[in-house]
Design a protein around this ligand. Structure first.
Ligand code: ADP
Ligand code: SF4
Length: 699
């Protein structure tokens, strides 16, 4: 038994209706891009959370009927009993570790486009679909409402059969019918389901009562409800109608799971909301209204904040999605007094971006996330070394740090050489930009671990050449030398250098991150990268007091940030700071004191005064050392380099998450049978043979 610690209160059991959670750590429902298409991957990922100490582990939203079809996104499905076996994989994997399994039943209303099922979308009142598609949802008749209630009841019954302990009714994120009925902007009905708050809450009440009636003898009924839309008087507010809903339904569910809507407000990034526990002011009254346990999310990995939330009577359960993704073993680490080992979420929403893109989840901090089944990666276990062969890792950015750490964890003697005086690489620079300071945790968590490794040596201020490396006679070399931003203007919208560009005086994000002093005069930030960096640089320089014109070849600022749920905030922030945004323009010519741009559609030219031009276009991999080393190795076969692997941005520039993953992968694969590596790449979930019943169309 671990010794008593200051956080014991977090490990008290809590009763939820007919079931009991073994502690207060609660993985709330969160999307993961696995869903009904990848049940094995889903079960393995959730099982790891249970193993890591979470007392409750939930699914993502689970569609209850074909009229709530979220295709092409892969969420859970419980359309009928045929979905039970796949869901049972998950409940079994969670139960194996003594945790409770929860399922978030949902009908998504007009948020579900039904692109696969082709059924009409349903909504309280007729309205546009929640995606850009030229079809509307129809207003639900009383019969539709009765049908919906029947589907929910059936899904609850099937959920119980699948082994779930907690069954949700879901009124959150503006993504579910129950929420749409509560919100006046969606519900313009004049019958007993519309108008007053008592009427709008009617459907939620009926569904909660019926769910309890159906499965409440052995399963807990949870209600997930967004108490506030963060829209002031234009939306539901926590202390107005939000509170009224909790008062009206107070003792009906066995558990209240409360948050704010929509998803972009609930899952804010550290860039726009640096404060852990930012939802507390919206939900801290809920426990005064209900006797039932309350769970809320805080995007925190801090046990002290968790403790204080429980002690102050704000929450019974510490809800988490992202902290459980960044570190599935967070509860166990607190329990075992290994708090310093917690991998802290950096609040970047790369995890959310995967759901937005319809692919399995990944995480910047936790490269094993989403790979539990496909590659059989465990976040806390790594296979031991195969030999005593020493390894050299060149470059201590996210790729080099992760690679060195995992090689050392495997037991290899590791040397990490870094050209600069600090660990961190690009993370150091990027975390110095406005809003990104939390990204430094990528370095800090790894630096802490590396320090404790007896079999690892770090050499700072050690820029190595290929000759140096050969001289040291390392048999295994991992090159993680990163990348630099281009100075020639080659980017998404043009594949040749911009005419007239003066490479000496043109700036890039590297210069800004290095703190270069900018001359006076109008600064043009040209974003032909279209990911996050263009908006960040414009924001950063504008906050330093510069007048900024942001020229982007995209139609909105930083379009990729829509995947991380940030795009609206990015654009709004720049507009509010007075940044002039010129969308759909590509820079075509640089002249003294001005640039020429062309509309990306019509080619129509404009001229803009420009004192300094900051190019955010593409990056060049820094692979000179790797190339020279490969040549030396080939030219001098007497010198034995058995492994020469280029990783991270030196291989192909990408996200910090990609660099971490690349470093992790290289370390895991080191001295592993190539056939095993190939098998993992080809591993995927396939329809079973019994589903393959081709039939000729006959009517
Ligand atoms: P990644 O994202 O792939 O980890 P980074 O750009 O963050 O890449 O980090 C690369 C690191 O490699 C930087 O810290 C840089 O100082 C270091 N570096 C580059 N070239 C050398 C070299 N020849 N010897 C040692 N370190 C190097
Ligand atoms: Fe946190 Fe980023 Fe990982 Fe998501 S991807 S859990 S936000 S570190």
């Amino acid at each position: 038994m671990p010794k008593q610690n200051a956080y014991d209160i977090l490990f008290e059991p809590v009763v939820i209706g007919p079931v009991t959670a073994k502690n207060r750590f609660y993985q709330v429902p969160h999307a993961c891009g696995m869903g009904h298409l990848r049940p094995n991957a889903h079960a393995a990922m959730r099982g790891v959370k249970a193993e890591g100490g979470w007392a409750v582990v939930s699914t993502e939203e689970a569609e209850i009927h074909p009229s709530s079809d979220l295709s092409p996104y892969s969420e859970q499905r419980i359309w009928d009993e045929r979905d039970i076996p796949a869901l049972q994989l998950m409940t079994d994997s969670v139960h194996q570790h003594g945790a409770l399994a929860a399922i978030e039943l949902v009908h998504n209303g007009h948020h579900a486009p039904n692109l696969f099922s082709r059924l009409p979308a349903l909504a309280p009142s007729s309205m546009s679909l929640d995606i850009s598609y030229p079809r509307q949802a129809r207003a639900m008749s009383k019969r539709d409402i009765a049908e919906f209630r029947r589907w929910h009841r059936t899904a609850a019954r099937n959920a119980k059969t699948a082994g779930f302990d907690i069954v949700y009714a879901y009124a959150g994120h503006k993504m579910s019918l129950l929420h749409h009925f509560l919100l006046p902007q969606y519900n313009q009905r004049s019958d007993e389901y519309g108008g007053s708050i008592e009427n709008r809450v009617r459907l939620a009440r009926e569904v909660l009562e019926e769910t309890r009636e159906e499965i409440g003898d052995s399963c807990a009924v949870a209600f997930r409800f967004a108490v506030d839309e963060l829209a002031g008087t234009d939306g539901m507010q926590a202390l107005e109608e939000g509170r009224a809903v909790v008062e009206l339904l107070a003792e009906l569910p066995d558990l209240w799971d409360v948050n704010v809507a929509g998803w972009d407000n609930d899952s804010q990034t550290t860039r726009f909301q640096p404060q852990d526990g930012y939802q507390v002011p919206y939900i801290d009254w809920v426990k005064q209204v209900t006797q039932k346990p309350v769970v809320g999310v805080n995007r925190t990995s801090s046990p002290d904040l968790m403790l204080s939330l429980v002690k102050r009577g704000v929450l019974d359960f510490i809800g988490a999605a992202r902290p459980s993704i960044a570190d599935p073993f967070l509860p166990n680490k607190i329990h075992e007094d290994r708090i310093d080992e917690i991998r802290e979420c950096i609040g970047c929403n790369i995890c959310a971006s995967c759901d937005s893109m319809g692919v399995p989840i990944r995480c910047t901090q936790n490269p094993t996330m989403g790979e539990e089944w496909r590659r059989r990666w465990h976040p806390e276990i790594i296979s031991p070394k195969v030999s005593d062969s020493p390894a050299l890792v060149v470059g201590a950015g996210p790729a080099g740090l992760e690679c060195a750490l995992q090689l050392a964890r495997r037991g290899y003697p590791v040397t990490l050489a870094e050209a600069s005086s600090q660990l961190g690489g690009r993370v150091l620079g990027e975390s110095g930009l406005k809003g990104l300071s939390a990204w430094l945790r990528v370095r800090d968590n790894r630096a802490y671990e590396l320090e404790r490794m007896a079999n690892l040596e770090i050499f700072l201020e050690s820029r190595l050449s290929a000759e140096d490396i050969l001289e040291f006679e390392f048999a295994n070399v991992f090159i993680a030398t990163g990348s630099t931003w281009r100075r020639d203007g080659i980017g998404r919208s043009r594949r040749q250098a911009i005419p007239g560009i003066d490479r000496e005086n043109t700036l890039t994000p590297d210069d800004i991150m290095n703190g270069i002093t900018l001359p006076n005069g109008p600064i043009v930030v040209y974003d032909d990268d279209q990911c996050y960096m263009g908006g960040v640089i414009a924001d950063h320089l504008s906050a330093l007091g510069h007048d900024i014109v942001l020229v982007t070849s995209a139609s909105v600022v930083s379009p990729w940030t829509a995947y991380t749920l940030e795009q609206a905030r990015v654009q709004r922030g720049l507009i509010e700071q007075g940044v002039e945004i010129r969308a759909n323009e590509s820079v075509t010519l640089v002249e003294p004191g001005q640039i020429e741009t062309a509309c990306v559609f019509s080619g129509r030219k404009s001229r803009i005064p420009c004192g300094s031009l900051v190019l955010v276009t593409e990056r060049d991999s820094e692979n000179t050392v790797a190339t020279a080393l490969a040549k030396l190795r080939d030219d001098a076969p007497g010198k034995i380099i058995e492994t020469l692997e280029v990783i991270g941005d030196a291989l192909a520039p990408g996200l910090i998450a990609d660099a971490v993953y690349s470093g992790h992968l290289a370390a895991r694969n080191f001295e592993v049978d190539p056939q095993e590596i190939t098998a993992a790449i080809y591993r995927r979930e396939m329809p079973s043979l019994q589903d393959l019943t081709w039939e000729k169309p006959s009517n």
